[in-house]
Ligand binder design. Sequence first.
Ligand code: IPM
Ligand code: MG
Length: 359
Amino acid sequence: MQATIAVLPGDGIGVDVTAEAVKVLKTVAETYGHQFSYPSGLVGGVAIDETGTALPPESLDLCRASDAILLGAVGGPKWDDPRAAVRPEQGLLALRKELGLYANLRPVKLYDCLIDASTLKPEIVRGVDLIVVRELTGGLYFGQPSKRFDGPNGREAVDTMAYSEREVERVVQVACDLARNRRKKVTSVDKQNVLSTSRLWREVATEVAQRNPDITVEHLLVDNCAMQLIKRPAEFDVLVTENTFGDILTDEASMLAGSMGMLPSASLGAGKRGLYEPIHGSAPRHAGKNVANPIATILSAAMLLRYSLGLSAEADAVEAAVQRTLDDGYRTYDIQSPGTTLVGTREMGDLIAARIARS
Ligand code: IPM
Ligand code: MG
């Protein structure tokens, strides 16, 4: 098949890790006889430096003209001035919003051989295999008003958490559809004892649950969920929650899999076009040093093959190659443990690419 994959490396280690994911995609294309092209675009801090805006129109056009988008990471101390008018993160948020990518899938799967990489006890994390569906185009990230102003008591600021029935409905339905091919359990996470948006969320989630009688839907308050995630993580199957809660809970959940460097994500909307990125940030101090773990981005490329291109055998091959590389004892610094072989970003990419095979 022919496909255009827009590559937006962004800032910091985003550059290092996307290069390895492209390396793996090239190997997949060769092995399976596909023609992929990889036009690249600017986003984030580099885009601000070169064009003055975090998502130049050419980048958005490129993404719209592509079958899928692979993104690295955005941000860094250089652009962190709290009074700056433009911020790298705006580029990522604009991309998610403009492309209507409302469902962010963040699978958290512990590879058995990484059980010692987790900071949690082995008996607690063994068997963790969950997926968080984070609502991505609503909530605090986009609600209006969102601004700073001068009030009678000095400087003030406001952000708004807003949700509509439709926004909740469609993302909870995505969670139910995912659960159908898994363990048929959805945990909807909210803060309904305090927030109006959460009371709406729970009401609508309950209605969606009634239309999906084969799925068991439970509700948890977000603070309780944060605790249960480290108390009994293996019991969770699919979690669905609003934008900010999902952002926070997935950083927490990443430690169940050993490292932020292991967690991929897919951002999907109504069509097939999706945005694929690791959940980690740009880690500026590791940028360009050949140390970052590229596995989260390589696994994001596997999700790209599966969800946007419909190439599930190829996606399985990438995931199997990651599994074999880890089983063979290779580790980047973040998942290293005694008796394993420490490798850099490029070596990890090479090792995984070399294990891509047609099944
Ligand atoms: C993430 C990141 C982003 C977010 C930042 C970089 C804007 O933390 O994808 O989880 O908050 O969504
Ligand atoms: Mg985050």
